[in-house]
Design a protein around this ligand. Structure first.
Ligand code: PCA
Length: 195
């Protein structure tokens, strides 16, 4: 039986009407390699992005969760090695939250950083090997992407569910540097095959 992968994309945010992650994830086929693909669009709201994934996996258990976001200013696809226990927003999220240097998990229970349980380097090498700009990243930022990643790594820790995150550059219509949507879709497929 095929393994199930939940792949998530984020809604547009920051006044934009599109999100490169949403465009790329929407265009993915329902099957990639050995993976049966399940797609979910999640909110750009601290805490709620991860919550949406937890709710989904309650009724549809999956073997892996790969979250995809867009990172303006980056020129390469960037699989994220880790998430950190910090929230700092330079723009409000889609519900107006704007945390300034607050922990995600407080009270000393939260680990400072949590590493991905996916083969991030192998995923990056597969994408780069196909001629698509791609580098391992060691910072998913401090906004909703990192928040979602940290909470999911914490939630699924000690379970067989693998968790990963990948940032895409914006699309050409959004600004520069950018990556064409077709190449972003190809990058996702190559990365998924390595999970
Ligand atoms: N990028 C933002 C949040 C949603 C998205 O696509 C980030 O990098 O935190």
């Amino acid at each position: 039986m095929d393994k199930k992968l939940l792949i998530t994309a984020f809604e547009p945010f920051g006044g934009e009407t599109v999100n490169a992650s949403l465009a790329a994830v929407s265009a993915l086929p329902d099957r990639v390699g050995d993976w049966e693909i399940h797609k979910l669009t999640i909110p750009v709201v601290f805490g709620k992005g991860a919550q949406a994934v937890m709710e989904f996996t309650k009724h549809t258990p999956v073997d892996a969760v790969l979250c995809v976001g867009q990172a303006a200013g980056r020129s390469a696809v960037t699989p994220e090695m880790l998430a950190i226990n910090l929230q700092y927003a330079s723009i409000p999220d889609n519900e107006g939250n704007c945390p300034k240097d607050e922990p995600i998990e407080s009270g000393g229970n939260g680990r400072e950083a949590i590493f991905s349980t996916m083969p991030i380097r192998r995923m990056a090498e597969a994408v780069k090997g196909a001629g698509i700009p791609c580098e391992v990243s060691y910072s998913a930022g401090t906004y909703v992407c990192n928040d979602t990643y940290y909470r999911l790594l914490s939630f699924f820790a000690g379970t067989p569910v693998k968790v990963g995150f990948l940032h895409l550059p914006v699309m050409p219509e959004q600004g520069s540097p950018s990556l064409e949507p077709e190449r972003a879709v190809r990058a996702l497929q190559l990365a998924i095959r390595e999970i």
